[in-house]
Design a binder for this molecule. Structure first.
Ligand SMILES: NC(=O)c1ccc[n+]([C@@H]2O[C@H](COP(=O)([O-])OP(=O)(O)OC[C@H]3O[C@@H](n4cnc5c(N)ncnc54)[C@H](OP(=O)(O)O)[C@@H]3O)[C@@H](O)[C@H]2O)c1
Length: 241
């Protein structure tokens, strides 16, 4: 049975990813931060379909992350797919951003990529196959007033994606990212109601993406796109056109 590890599995996009991969028959290893209730409910909902394990690992605690990943590697055969969907966003002037929030943005959005790769790439390399997927954002490539540090982290995720893809392509491992615009999840609640309305008005397709649409694209990249690697796939209803 194929196996996928998903970070941020209790998020709006993470939950849709877990559901889509379960329907495709993947065993699930689900990582999340602190929402135990949602993780447990997700596990109960998907267990009738496939094996599911849930693991609370706070990415802001490096030791917890490294120890947690170490035991996951010991307990599991190599992964087929790893999706880094955990994320944190913060709005405000860059010069007013608290150090703790600046650090947090990198600790959750970028820093886990290194320990995750150290833990799970050796297995994929041995198997000479695997897929790494990141959930970036349109703000990884477009200027993001009031979200400068968030945009910095997503820019880093996109260069990780391209660079690791070029490093691993000849070993059968593909690395891609999806860059959504607005997706209807709790992350968007960072915007006031008025800001959400203005954002939506500016989307040529006139609506946000659903988490399920993002998950379908993730499955497409993994299952149906064997010649695509190092790409950042924008899904924004035409917002950045
Ligand atoms: N929603 C959008 O409009 C949008 C647009 C573009 C890109 N994205 C990107 O899409 C990804 C998923 O976003 P989403 O909308 O699904 O966000 P979300 O609903 O807010 O979920 C965030 C996820 O990240 C996890 N997380 C937060 N802090 C963590 C920590 N310290 N350690 C480990 N995990 C932690 C959360 O776990 P707990 O809740 O269990 O703590 C949750 O599973 C993110 O990378 C985001 O940047 C979202």
């Amino acid at each position: 049975m194929k196996k996928v590890l998903i970070t941020g599995a209790t998020g709006g996009i993470g939950e849709a990813l877990a559901t889509a991969f379960a329907k495709e028959g993947y065993a699930l290893i689900l990582l999340y931060g602190g929402n135990h209730k949602k993780a447990q409910a997700l596990k109960e909902r998907l267990l009738p379909l496939v094996p599911v394990s849930i693991h609370a690992i706070d990415f802001t605690l490096l030791e917890e992350l490294e120890d947690g990943l170490q035991s996951l590697v010991e307990e599991n055969p190599p992964l087929d797919v790893l999706v880094h969907a955990a994320g944190f966003s913060h709005r405000g002037f860059f010069h007013e951003l608290q150090e703790v929030d600046y650090r947090r943005l990198f600790q959750i959005n970028v820093d886990p990529l290194h320990p995750l790769m150290k833990a799970f790439l050796p297995g994929m390399l041995q198997a000479q196959k695997g897929n790494i997927l990141c959930i970036s954002s349109i703000w990884g490539a477009k200027a993001a007033s009031m979200e400068v540090a968030y945009a910095m982290t997503k820019g880093a995720v996109e260069q990780f994606t391209r660079s690791l893809a070029s490093e691993l392509a000849y070993m059968g491992i593909r690395v891609n990212a999806i860059a959504p615009g607005g997706v209807a999840t709790k992350m968007l609640q960072n915007l006031s109601e008025e800001e959400q309305w203005v954002f939506q008005e500016d989307i040529p397709m006139g609506r946000l993406a659903t988490p399920e649409e993002i998950a379908e694209m993730a499955l497409f990249l993994v299952e149906k796109a064997p010649y695509i690697t190092g790409q950042i796939l924008t899904m924004d209803g035409g917002y950045t056109l």
